[in-house]
Write a protein that binds this ligand. Structure first.
Ligand code: AHG
Ligand code: MN
Ligand code: MN
Length: 333
């Protein structure tokens, strides 16, 4: 029995559950095709000369890697001419990218982090791509930044890919979370996990411990209690993992539970967190909630936040529901 390809899955979704329109189906197919192209480039590594610095910076003041720029170009080119988009926005571009006049326009807005985990590119550790899909507001033909500033609850689709030992695409259309593994010989994504559920409890946590001295008291208290293990108030031992590629950390949590934190800290008081709301926190929060987990800043549900800027940063606490709720309760205590 052949596997269910992404194409077949999306067609089934369109006709059986009406979870996807033909335009959204096309959008997902095009993003998946771009992800395959990024996967090929990531996989060639030094052979294709794609490692190392690009020599440029992005709007966040971060040095761009060659693969950040390549992945961004691949996503832009693939999505410009299909007629499914009104505009795109990316971590690597200051302003939204308009669809050129010569191409048809569609009803959706696409946001992406073309290459997540850039610090891991040159050391051959998993990286990925994250994307989020919103509807373009009615009557807007040339979307500007403010048209993108919709809360995460308005997402119609979100997904991410992990370029690890295998390339996996994780997708939600608002009715569960499904994972597809790239069959490299056939060139197609094949459904390998339907309706992923995150266990409500966990003994595994992910946080960059080197920031400990900058954390706020609720996070410090929570992690101290985890570290105290069996003899502390939690009465059990916890294990720690930190890949430093959010895609890989979230993928692990989808597979076996866990809590991921990049909390607000006092390292740079101007930044309310490390991760970006629109193309990192929101799509991951949508996916995690759809898998039965929770996603919070510690103070509020991420998906409820009203964005004020395209590239704004936010605190992120997500994963197994009971642990995320505990962290939130320490913030309100
Ligand atoms: P990006 O490579 O898109 O800038 O994102 C990297 C993010 C995220 O993937 C990861 O969880 C975090 O930055 C790692 O931060 P540290 O280097 O502080 O551990
Ligand atoms: Mn990222
Ligand atoms: Mn990135």
């Amino acid at each position: 029995m052949p596997g269910i390809t992404l194409t077949r899955f999306l067609i089934d979704q369109q006709y059986q559950t009406q979870a996807v329109s033909s335009d959204l189906r096309l959008l997902v197919e095009v993003v998946a095709r771009a992800i395959k192209a990024i996967s090929v480039n990531v996989g060639k590594g030094a052979l294709a000369g794609v490692l190392g610095e690009a020599g440029t910076g992005n709007v966040q003041g971060e040095a761009q890697k060659k693969l950040d720029v390549i992945a961004n170009e691949i996503l832009l080119e693939a999505n410009e001419w299909g007629g499914h988009l009104a505009a795109m926005a990316s971590e690597e571009m200051d302003d939204p990218h308009a669809i050129p006049h010569r191409y048809p326009k569609g009803e959706f807005l696409l946001l992406f982090d073309p290459l997540d985990g850039s610090s891991n590119i040159d050391v051959n550790v998993s990286v990925g791509t994250i994307f989020s899909v919103l509807r373009c507001p009615d009557g807007v033909s040339l979307p500007t930044e403010k048209d993108f500033l919709q809360p995460g609850t308005k997402q119609v689709c979100a997904g991410f890919a992990v370029f690890g030992p295998s390339t996996v695409l994780v997708l939600t259309l608002g009715n569960g979370v499904h994972a597809f593994t790239l069959d490299r010989e056939m060139g197609s994504f094949v459904l390998t996990q339907a309706n992923i559920r995150i266990p409500e409890d966990t003994q595994e946590f992910a946080i960059n411990m080197s920031n400990m001295r900058f954390w706020e008291p609720p996070v410090k208290r929570y992690v101290d209690e985890l570290l105290a293990g069996k003899t502390g108030v939690r009465g059990k031992d916890f294990n720690m993992r930190w890949v430093a590629s959010m895609v890989a950390d979230v993928y692990r949590i989808l597979q076996r539970g866990g809590i991921f934190m990049y909390p607000r800290d006092l390292k740079d008081p101007k930044k309310p967190g490390r991760l970006r709301l629109m193309y990192e926190a929101n799509p991951m929060a949508f996916i995690v909630e759809q898998a039965g987990g929770a996603a919070s800043t510690g103070r509020e549900r991420i998906l409820d936040l009203q964005p004020t800027e395209l590239h704004q940063r936010v605190a992120v606490v997500l994963g197994s529901k009971n642990e995320v709720e505990r962290v939130a309760s320490y913030h309100s205590a």
